[in-house]
Design a protein around this ligand. Structure first.
Ligand code: SAM
Length: 213
């Protein structure tokens, strides 16, 4: 099954000075979601959440796979990203609730145990720790020590957020030590695997997938 990449015609280079432009990491996650389309649809998800939605490419693509009976929520720390996500959803005829917040802070505890699909393409680039924590374009890539400082803060919540049939998709690069990430989340009772891998320039990207069952 193949699904159309969302239209981004409403976004321009001026927007991409402030908001992450879809890139190889974004497209690898789309390929992984497309590969898992039957799995995702069979679970009949009621709630899908994307953390760090940027342009809105991924949550909009996910909505095109799963359909309009599901509720979609996107968060971003960058208010301009939340605006772009909202526009991308509208432009592509899907409904997404956009929340400006740190990770999932503004949504908890309400969504505990209710998230059927959770996706995160985090800032994964290894940088100095003092580059982490911006609310603008730098937040797209600055991952601090091992590129893990932002994603590591979400991990303690993942198992609690997911419903019993919930699943979590995460973009990583080799520097993030994906095997260590899998072990960390497995110690919370999740089952982890590398769903897809791709080399893009110097980046060795992987999509990790976690389930509860
Ligand atoms: N999901 C988009 C994509 O795949 O093209 C954007 C991915 S970009 C690599 C990472 C996104 O995470 C950026 O939009 C950034 O603003 C957002 N972000 C960074 N730190 C965050 C945080 N603490 N809470 C929420 N969003 C965050």
């Amino acid at each position: 099954m193949s699904f159309l990449t969302p239209s981004f015609l409403h976004l321009n280079q001026e927007d991409y000075q402030h908001v992450y432009e879809p890139a190889e990491d974004t497209f690898l996650m789309m390929d992984a979601l497309e590969k898992d389309a039957d799995f995702l649809r069979a679970r009949r998800p009621l709630l899908c959440v994307e953390v760090g939605s940027g342009s809105g490419a991924l949550i909009t693509f996910l909505a095109s796979i799963i359909g309009s009976l599901t509720h979609y929520i996107a968060t971003d720390i960058n208010p301009m990203a939340a605006q772009c996500t909202s526009q991308t959803a509208k432009q592509n005829g899907v409904k997404v609730s956009c929340v400006v917040t740190d990770l999932v802070e503004g949504l908890i505890p309400n969504i505990f145990g209710k998230v059927d699909v959770l996706i995160f393409n985090p800032p994964y680039v290894v940088t100095a720790s003092d580059e982490v924590g911006s609310h603008s374009i730098e937040a797209s890539w600055a991952g601090g020590d091992r590129g893990r400082e932002v994603m590591d803060r979400l991990f303690p919540f993942v198992s609690t957020l997911l419903s019993n049939t919930g699943c979590f998709y995460l973009v990583t690069v080799a520097e993030n030590k994906p095997d260590e990430v899998i072990s960390m989340l497995e110690s919370q009772g999740l089952c982890g695997e590398v769903l897809m891998k791709r080399k893009a320039g110097r980046e060795r990207l992987s999509i990790l997938k976690f389930t509860k069952d």
